[in-house]
Structures are given as structure tokens and as C-alpha cells.
Design a protein. Sequence first.
Length: 87
Amino acid sequence: MPKIDLNLEKLKNEREEIQAFLSEPNAYSSPDFSAKNKRFTELEKIIEKGELRENLEKNIEEARELASLETGELAELAKMEIVENEE
């Protein structure tokens, strides 16, 4: 699977800026309101998926470490977790 490089911090900063704009009292009357609102929604989805991916990658790495250090049933459970997270 190709790795997509996301700069989540940059995206989160952009989301915060847009959120500040959208929370202004007269934001709805701005000609940019619709575009910024749409971008905010897109960013929410992208950030959610990016955080999910980061968590899965972390879980896989931890399971790999456990599988390499342990033997028996614990190692098998770690290997099963790797397969589940990679799907």
C-alpha cells in the first residue's frame, strides 16, 4: 500500500483558522463563507482518517515489537492483531 504523506499539524492549523472565521458573527455574509465551510468539512474528514491511520500504524508497530519479543500464545495474538490492523 503506498504511503500518503499527510501533514496533520498543518491541516489542523488550517482547520482552526477556518473554524475561527466561521465562528465570527458576520461570517455567513462573507462571499468566502460557502467555500470555507466546504473546506472545513473536507478537513474534518481528512484529519479524522489521518488520525485513524496514525493509530493503526502505531498499533501495528507495537504488535510487531511484541511478536518479535514474545513466544507462544502472546506472539500469536500479536501476529493476529497485525493482520487485523493491516486490513
